[in-house]
Design a protein around this ligand. Structure first.
Ligand SMILES: Cc1cc2nc3c(=O)[nH]c(=O)nc-3n(C[C@H](O)[C@H](O)[C@H](O)COP(=O)(O)OP(=O)(O)OC[C@H]3O[C@@H](n4cnc5c(N)ncnc54)[C@H](O)[C@@H]3O)c2cc1C
Length: 458
């Protein structure tokens, strides 16, 4: 069946809307977050509810139509869209419901991190998500979910109690520890390979005010800071976190003008401890060398979560590369310093997120997320508003990654990757790949859900 025929069949069944190239709003609707991606789907279904998702999956699957699933549209490689096929867009499904007694939140699949924080903060509760609040909860969760609260409370998937989802044949199922446990195992890290998740049920934790903000050092002090950081973060109590960054100081009023556009080595802090304890625990690391700025203070958790949003609006050109690292080895430190000195102007960055603490209290085989024995999840992102600079940011990212990869654990966090081929997918899932491929065969034998970091049916 052609896409056009599938679309004609689908149209009368929808409560939501359906956009093709002929419709006003199509050009806006087809855009994804990364301005480097320019895909033109034949049709976009803006689902209003679960029934719309079931109808769209049935029509596309029976018609053999190429289909992409879109949550927040933030994926680096633009995997929330496709050329010439159907996009099942969940961005209008954004309901949330907090159960303050059971400490859970039910989240529809079109929610962003901001939607979740907004729902839970009034109850003095939060669940671990990422570090930028515009990111879609769906893609972030299905890949793992690394952020400010990973050390105290684990990855996003470690707090995922259940999902509702639509399978390739249109069946609606729940996956949890009790129901379809194989599917529950697979969706915790295996990405969108197994079906369309329509809602997530997360565990919540008491989090309200956090001690957060950046410490910046001159790049020349990178060796001293990096060596102190690796020792500090390996041993720090779980209620303290801070990711390491190499970046240009953004030229915005939040930072002193004298530092604007200066290349720095930084730690971005977040501690859930009370402010006095947070100060005591982080002060020794913040006192290493001679910081240029130490801007740590108490703030509501959602303020931290959205602190970087204005610096990273949708539409920027972005080129991503990533790897997990067992350690911040002596040999890798000069690589960071060398490429940090060459950071292109603007928001291009290198981040090293700690994934020890509570993340490592879950065993490797307990979920599909493979690299729990790594200390850090690293990501290099070349960023620029101007398409003319695409080559410059791409080359910087690639060269930095090529130089750093030999010191890595081998695979990368799937959510920090673009489309880099099947070998890299296998490296990311490592020992868990074969089990994922067997579950894929059971739930999606024709590989209908393939616009993703694809796990081929065994
Ligand atoms: C600025 C920025 C900051 C980021 N920060 C972090 C961070 O701190 N921590 C972190 O872990 N990640 C982070 N990420 C990466 C992020 O997790 C991924 O980009 C993720 O894919 C985004 O999810 P999405 O729903 O917005 O993506 P989409 O582009 O909508 O989808 C991504 C993938 O997920 C699949 N998918 C989406 N929704 C569903 C669904 N409901 N059911 C089944 N499959 C689905 C899609 O098929 C696609 O393969 C960041 C990304 C950006 C751009």
């Amino acid at each position: 069946m052609s896409v056009e025929q599938a679309v004609e069949q689908l149209k009368p069944q929808l409560l939501g809307s359906l956009l093709t190239a002929k419709d006003a709003g199509y050009e806006e609707a087809r855009k994804v977050y990364n301005g480097m991606i320019d895909k033109r789907p034949a049709a976009i279904v803006r689902c209003a509810d679960v029934a719309d998702v079931i109808a769209a999956v049935r029509a596309a699957s029976e018609g053999g139509v190429l289909t992409a699933i879109r949550g927040g549209g933030h994926n680096a490689g633009g995997l929330g869209s496709c050329d010439g096929g159907l996009v099942i867009d969940l961005s209008r499904m954004r309901g949330t419901r907090v159960d303050a007694v059971k400490r859970t939140v039910r989240v529809e699949a079109g929610c962003t991190g901001r939607d979740v924080d907004h729902a839970t903060h009034p109850f003095g509760l939060a669940t671990p998500t990422g570090t930028v609040s515009t990111t879609g909860i769906a893609g972030l969760t299905l890949g793992g979910g690394i952020g400010h609260l990973s050390r105290p409370f684990g990855l996003t998937i470690d707090n995922l109690l259940a999902v509702d989802m639509v399978l390739a044949d249109g069946r609606f199922v729940t996956a949890s520890a009790e129901e379809n446990p194989d599917l529950y195992w697979a969706v915790r890290g295996g990405g969108g390979n197994f079906g369309v998740v329509t809602s997530f049920l997360f565990r919540l934790h008491p989090v309200s005010i956090v001690s957060a903000g950046p410490t910046f050092w001159p790049l020349e002090q990178t060796p001293e800071v990096a060596k102190a950081y690796r020792q500090f973060i390996a041993q720090a109590p779980e209620d303290v976190s801070g990711f390491m960054a190499f970046m240009n100081v953004p030229a915005v009023p939040l930072f002193p003008e004298a530092l604007h556009n200066r290349k720095v080595c930084a730690i971005i802090w977040c501690s859930t401890a009370d402010p006095e304890r947070a100060e005591k625990l982080t002060k020794p690391m913040r006192s290493v060398g001679t910081p240029l700025l130490d801007g740590v203070g108490p703030m509501p958790f959602p303020v931290l979560q959205s602190l970087f949003d204005p610096l990273l609006p949708a539409g920027l050109q972005m080129y991503w590369r990533a790897d997990f690292h067992k350690d911040l080895s002596d040999a890798s430190i000069p690589v960071h310093q060398k490429y940090a000195e060459k950071i292109p102007a603007g928001m291009s960055l290198m981040h090293l997120y700690p994934i020890n603490g509570a993340v490592q209290r879950v065993r490797r085989g307990d979920t599909a997320f493979n690299y729990r024995d790594s200390l850090l999840a690293g990501v290099i992102v070349g960023i620029d508003p101007d398409p003319k600079n695409k080559e410059k940011i791409t080359n910087w990212t690639r060269e930095y990654h090529d130089a750093l990869h030999p010191y890595s654990a081998g695979g990368a966090y799937v959510n920090f990757r673009m489309e880099e081929g099947q070998d890299r997918v296998k490296a990311s899932f490592g020992e868990n790949y074969n089990r994922l491929a067997a579950i894929k065969k059971k739930y999606d034998p024709t590989n209908f859900f393939r616009v993703n970091q694809n796990i081929r049916p065994a």
